[in-house]
Design a protein around this ligand. Structure first.
Ligand code: NAG
Ligand code: NAG
Ligand code: NAG
Length: 330
């Protein structure tokens, strides 16, 4: 398992000169990094093994998982989403160890939620730690481009004290570990996954719009796989390699310049954040950094959900359908 790290480090050094862009990172072929987990013929390896097409039709979706489990690192894929009517279709690129830790798994997610024709895809990010599935930490965003028109790069940086989500070279979300988060911050080695599946029950307006197989197959294209992490032995869960910080092309945190980009992205494109959802959390969880611009933007979308105690619409919701249904119906 350790050899992956070593060989990645060698490849990395070639790219040291290309600092600044997330586009010039060392990539691996599909088969070097991943294996199919479901969907038989619905996963197709293309472009000399550099890309994979994942499709969803009436029979099945499809998905892949990394050969290795990683403890921290920088992971990305370029993804082109299916076009046109995609209600109920979910494409996900995420880290998880749910198959090893059934009761206390960790997860870091990019989830793409399909939409009715003419309305753009939305992207959701989420984090669970040690089985904290009762405390969703979802955020949702619109995008500044049509993600079905071309490939865009979606990346996860995971270190022991923070998680940063990137779209292309723009950091869109930073989750800093706080002491109060405790085990809710992902801490155990995880694998990478890419999947497409039928999320009719919750994905689009809380399940109002189902997958319409008249428009299938729905094909998501994955390419430019970056797996720059410490692979661990799956039995002992230990790793003998250290991430080497001198590879400047691999980000280790947010620069001032990119923080400005992140703030501007969030101000324009964020449509949902658990930190501001008063129907779920009367007091924002400890890691939330309340930003007045974000608060006022979300308040404009939904004064009740994102309202303060001054909300004239007042009445809090006490029904507890699952969090997931509740927030997806926004
Ligand atoms: C994670 O969960 C397990 C089992 O529920 C518990 O024993 C452990 O203390 C938790 N770890 C952290 C870091 O909270
Ligand atoms: C980045 O921003 C921080 C806080 O505003 C400031 O203290 C620091 O000097 C800045 N760093 C650079 C390299 O500009
Ligand atoms: C609803 O929430 C209350 C309090 O949080 C809890 O005790 C109850 O079990 C929940 N009911 C359902 C159906 O989830």
């Amino acid at each position: 398992m350790v050899h992956t790290c070593v060989s990645l480090l060698v490849i990395c050094s070639v790219f040291v000169l290309a600092a600044g862009s997330l586009r010039n990172l060392p990539t691996v072929s599909f088969e070097e990094g991943y294996a199919q987990i479901f969907g038989d013929d619905n996963l197709l390896i293309v472009k000399d093994g550099k890309s994979a097409h994942l499709s969803l039709d009436q029979r099945t979706g499809s998905g892949f998982v990394s050969h290795d489990l990683y403890n921290h690192g920088f992971f990305s894929a370029s993804i082109k989403l299916p076009a046109d009517y995609t209600a109920g279709v979910v494409v996900a690129f995420y880290m998880s160890n749910g198959d090893i830790f059934e009761k206390n798994h960790d997860e870091i997610d990019f989830e793409f939620l399909g939409n009715i024709r003419g309305k753009e895809w939305r992207v959701q990010t989420n984090v669970y730690g040690n089985g904290s599935t009762g405390a969703g930490r979802e955020e949702r965003y619109g995008l500044w481009f049509d993600p079905s028109e071309d490939f865009h790069q979606y990346s996860i940086l995971w270190s022991d004290d923070k998680i940063i989500f990137y779209i292309d070279s723009v950091p869109i979300r930073e989750v800093k570990k706080t002491e109060a988060m405790g085990g809710d911050f992902p801490s155990k080695p995880m694998s990478l996954y890419g999947t497409i599946w039928d999320g009719s029950n919750w994905a689009t307006n809380g399940g109002k719009y189902k997958v319409n197989y008249k428009y299938s197959p729905y094909i998501a294209e994955f390419s430019d796989f970056v797996l720059h992490g410490c692979a661990v032995d799956p039995i002992e869960m230990s790793s003998t390699c250290q991430l080497v910080p001198q590879f400047k092309s691999v980000p280790t945190g947010i620069t001032n310049e990119s923080r400005t980009k992140m703030q501007s992205f969030r101000k324009k494109h964020m449509q949902y954040s658990y930190c501001y959802d008063k129907t779920r959390y009367k007091v924002p969880p400890s890691e939330c950094v309340i930003n007045p611009h974000e608060a006022s933007r979300l308040h404009g979308f939904d004064p009740v959900r994102f309202g303060g105690s001054h909300s004239r619409h007042g009445k809090r919701r006490h029904d507890n359908q699952s969090n997931r249904d509740a927030i997806n119906s926004v």
